[in-house]
Design a protein around this ligand. Structure first.
Ligand code: NDP
Length: 321
């Protein structure tokens, strides 16, 4: 095993995860003169790297591409001395301080504090064409992408509160929203179902799943999803449904596997933080971003919570001496 070396005697902090939460935590920690290593993991840049244009991140009058925003954040943290390691952390030992991290290649690092920022991933259907057209007519976030579907007809797939909420939200922009759900009963709460039922722009396609997404290549060379191949779950009948967009809203999965059994989590395996802070139940381990947020899940709220985690870590480390 190789020890990643840090030669200074500054407090060392490892940030695990490289979305807006992780990068902001690394930025604040580095500017607070801490020795910062950010483990960027399997998807450097996080969920924003699979979106196209981001129009709701303050400071960019004309919007910015998700991957570009993440790239700029990365450059900003490097400017202040944070080190990126493009590996996934596979083990975290918090049984004694300093803590020990192990990466996929077997490297280890000892750190005084850890900031967890592994984010969450939208669950996907696994339908054919879903990955191919993600960001090109398919989205997993209505708040992020709904605006791009003005006066268009879209599908929302799912039958929980997220699907109802996203469908209602999308009616602000879209001509029509069709909720596609695999059963007749909904998992969503009654109030959310009633709201969707009473919205004249919302239609329902029940007992239906998406087998495949198909599309075209535009003159610009960009791909565009145009058709969902639907299957009736009771009769097995297949239909082609022409659409301008599809929002997959079948839930999120926090990327918390690494810290299962280490920090306290809720039933959905989101990391629990104390009050309005980023403190977990393990002293010296802080959590931020979508990993601990079941409510807002926005780039800007993730970034803000990353800032909180770095400040909490800094103050906690000061208290240790
Ligand atoms: P849920 O797990 O509650 O619902 C997921 C839905 O997606 C279910 O209807 C499920 O169908 C369907 N689904 C899952 N996998 C597939 C699949 N492979 N193919 C087709 N359909 C699938 O997730 P949500 O994100 O909706 O909600 C998560 C939590 O967040 C809940 O506790 C919810 O109450 C909360 N929430 C609250 C809100 C609010 O109060 N404003 C807003 C949004 C979320 P099936 O029912 O058949 O399993």
């Amino acid at each position: 095993m190789t020890e990643l070396s840090h030669t200074t005697h500054k407090h060392s902090v490892a940030v695990i995860g490289s979305g807006p939460a992780g990068f902001t935590a690394a930025l604040y920690a580095a500017r607070a003169a801490m020795d910062v290593t950010i483990y960027e993991g399997m998807q450097p840049g996080g969920q924003l790297t699979i979106t196209t244009e981001v129009e709701n991140y303050p400071g960019f009058e004309h919007g910015i591409q998700g991957p570009e925003l993440m790239d700029v954040m990365r450059k900003q943290i490097h400017r202040f001395g944070a080190i990126s390691v493009y590996e996934t952390v596979t083990a975290l030992d918090t049984s004694k301080r300093p803590f020990t991290l192990t990466t996929e290649s077997g490297k280890t690092q000892s750190v005084d504090a850890v900031i967890l920022a592994m984010g969450a991933s939208a669950k996907l259907l696994g339908a054919k064409g879903e990955q191919e057209y993600m960001g090109y007519g398919i989205s997993a976030c209505a708040t992020c992408d709904g605006f791009f579907f003005r006066n268009q007809d879209v599908l929302v797939i799912g039958g929980g509160d997220t699907a109802m909420e996203e469908a209602n939200y999308l009616t602000r922009f879209c001509s029509s929203v069709t909720i596609v759900h695999r059963r007749e009963e909904f998992r969503a709460s009654k109030i959310m179902i009633d709201r969707a039922h009473s919205n004249p722009k919302i239609k329902f396609l029940l007992n239906t799943t998406v087998d495949e997404f198909q599309g075209i290549t535009l003159e610009s060379g960009l791909k565009k999803m145009t058709t969902a191949i639907l299957r009736n779950t009771q009769t097995g009948a297949i239909t082609e449904h022409t659409t301008d967009g599809a929002f997959v809203a079948i839930g999120h999965q926090p990327n918390s596997k690494l810290v299962k059994g280490i920090v306290a989590m809720d039933d959905g395996e989101y990391v629990l933080t104390e009050g309005k802070s980023s403190y977990t139940n393990v002293a010296g381990v802080f959590a931020c971003g979508d990993l601990q947020d079941t409510v807002y899940r926005q780039a800007i709220t993730a970034a803000a919570s990353g800032c909180m985690a770095a400040i909490d870590a800094e103050r906690w480390l000061e208290q240790q001496h």
